[in-house]
Design a protein around this ligand. Structure first.
Ligand code: PEP
Ligand code: MG
Length: 574
């Protein structure tokens, strides 16, 4: 019998390939006294030589698959391995203290790491500390005879198996070879899952135990549609899933025909389908999937892809690229949302007990307003290149919005005084992702230009259920009437003040939620680009008046998410 495991289906599609375990190996060792110092020094130079040739190969591979810039980190690693100070301090310790090479390596590198990490104001030295840690791992692995995973050298089709992937790990996956990924932890709205959807590779998260059940090189089937993994499947299962994969590809071809169509419901109502992006590169997917706007540009990836704060000019270039690429169609740019599961090592933010409830997004921007001002200036300067809308994340109180808006106005005025042109029709809105803001939406609606409902966070905060924690993922309930009531109030409040309301959380592309959202009068649906055509094909079949009736029942009569699902199925599956 084939072993099966299930998890949370995080990105659609089916993949069949060998597994690649991306897990931290055990590099523990015993400290020992030695008598043969020369023998230990030979072991060291042997491990260093092997590490160097590994790194050369990784560097060449990374150049081809990831690009010159990304490959540079390996040059830094090679430099560490050739550093005479470091090597002589290890050798001296072996000779003088008569300790084994592992201990000498650990001690010497610790000294350098502590020294560099103490230079808090010097990001360059901080990075060197990180390089030494990475290189130490590699040399230790050779000394101990342990295999290190190295994703940059992957050159055959694999499925990545990991405890967790950070958003920056995910960004480095090469789609040509990485056919899917499966993790122990995470939920449908964790950022690595969101990125898997934009990469268009199947993903399953929150399996709890995939790393314990799969060995490196096992054959796997990953069914990202159902959230199932088959380990070492039989011939007949392989055949069955290949067929399922072909059927899914056929369905996608059907959707592809709608790429240049407008999204018009059966009764002639136009709905705007927008895309969520993380980098200017994602515009390719936006075009391929026929998005009518960018409803959310998550700018924090600009900060995460760099080893220091991006300059105003770097940012100006990125924003201009996106605005020009969209050729006058609306682009909603969200100011930096660092924190939660999106870390920025060089900002050296303290570790927190509850990062999702902590120092995050607008809270950081208002506190470190020099960073915020730089971003706003870059945005304002770029505004002349397209149809820019600016949005602040994680707004909890009106005062936060007012402060952010004041800083925005100040920067705008400064630029105008400097003679720099700024568009005069920039809308400034907020994300509604904190229940306090949703409940007070009627007041916010008087001051903002628009709302974009961020259900990934709104649901986690309303249900008090961490979006990264697979144990409570059953509480991610977009159709729970409590959530629907909040969403309705936000949309109604916007409309009362003549403003528009969009949604950029994953719920906007959810096939059960879409009919209700249409019925509630949502103006803009923004989602992973890969969900757009499927949603468009679905909306073409819906009648707005019927969905208004459905939404009323869901909001007023239903008691549970399950009842809402049943109701939607009654209205849509005829
Ligand atoms: C959200 O919270 O719904 C959202 C779109 O923002 P993010 O997923 O980046 O937190
Ligand atoms: Mg959010």
């Amino acid at each position: 019998m084939t072993a099966k495991l299930s998890g949370i289906a995080a990105s659609d599609g089916i993949a069949i390939a060998k597994s690649y375990l991306l897990v931290e190996p055990d590099l523990s060792f015993e400290s020992k006294n030695i008598s043969d110092a020369d023998g230990e020094i030979n072991r060291l130079s042997d491990a260093i030589d092997k590490s160097k040739s590994d790194l050369e190969m990784i560097k060449e591979n990374a150049k081809k698959t990831l690009g010159e810039e990304e490959a540079k980190v390996f040059d830094a690693h090679l430099m560490v391995l050739s550093d005479p100070d470091l090597i002589s301090s290890i050798e001296n310790a072996i000779r003088e203290e008569k300790i084994n090479v592992e201990t000498a390596l650990q001690n010497a590198t610790d000294t350098f790491i502590t020294m560099f990490e103490a230079m808090e104001d010097n990001p360059y030295m901080q990075e060197r500390a990180a390089d030494i840690k990475d290189v130490r791992k590699r040399v230790l692995a050779y000394l101990l005879g342990v295999k290190l995973p190295s994703p940059a050298t992957i050159d055959e089709e694999v499925i990545i198996i990991a405890e967790d992937l950070t958003p920056s790990d995910t960004a480095q996956l090469n789609k040509q070879f990485v056919k899917a990924f499966v993790t122990n932890v995470g939920g449908r709205t964790s950022h690595s899952a969101i990125m898997a959807r934009s990469l268009e590779i199947p993903a399953i998260v929150g399996t709890k135990s995939i790393t314990e059940n799969v060995k490196d090189g096992d054959m796997l089937i990953v069914d990202g549609l159902e959230g199932e993994i088959l380990i070492n499947p039989s011939e007949s299962e392989l055949k069955e899933y290949k067929k399922k994969n072909e059927e899914y590809a056929e369905l996608k071809k059907e959707w592809d025909r709608l790429v240049n169509e407008k999204t018009i419901t059966k009764d002639g109502n136009h709905v705007e389908l927008a895309a969520n992006i993380g980098t200017p590169k994602d515009l390719i997917g936006v075009k391929e999937n026929g998005a009518e706007a960018v409803g959310l540009y998550r700018t924090e990836f600009l900060y995460m892809d760099s080893s220091e704060l991006p300059t105003e000019e770097d940012q100006y270039q990125a924003y201009t690229k996106v605005l020009e690429g969209m050729e006058g169609k609306p682009v909603v740019v969200r100011t930096m949302d660092i924190g939660g599961d999106k870390e920025l090592p060089y900002l050296k933010l303290p570790n927190e007990m509850n990062p999702f409830l902590g120092y995050r997004a607008i809270r950081v921007s208002l506190d470190k307003d020099d960073i915020f001002r730089t971003q706003l200036r870059a945005l304002l300067r770029a505004s002349v290149h397209g149809n820019l809308r600016i949005m602040f994340p994680m707004i909890a109180t009106l005062n936060e919005f007012r402060q952010a808006k004041t800083i925005y106005e100040e920067e705008k005025e400064k630029l105008t005084n400097e003679g720099i042109k700024v568009a005069n029709d920039i809308q400034v809105g907020i994300m509604i992702e904190i229940p306090a803001a949703a409940v007070l939406a009627d007041k916010f609606a008087k001051e903002v230009d628009f709302f974009s409902i961020g259900t990934n966070d709104l649901i986690q905060y309303t249900m008090a259920a961490d979006r990264m924690n697979e144990r409570v993922s059953y509480l991610y309930q977009p159709y729970n009437p409590s959530i629907l009531r909040l969403v309705k109030f936000v949309i109604d409040s916007a409309h009362k003040e003549g403003k528009w309301a969009g949604m950029c959380g994953e719920m906007a592309g959810d096939q059960i939620a879409v009919p209700i959202l249409l019925g509630l009068g949502l103006d803009e649906f923004s989602m992973s680009a890969t969900s757009i055509l499927k949603t468009r094909s679905f909306l073409l079949e819906l009648d707005t008046n019927e969905m208004v009736e459905l939404a009323e029942k869901a909001v007023n009569d239903c008691e549970t998410a399950e009842e809402v699902i049943e109701l939607v199925n009654k209205y849509t599956k005829k």
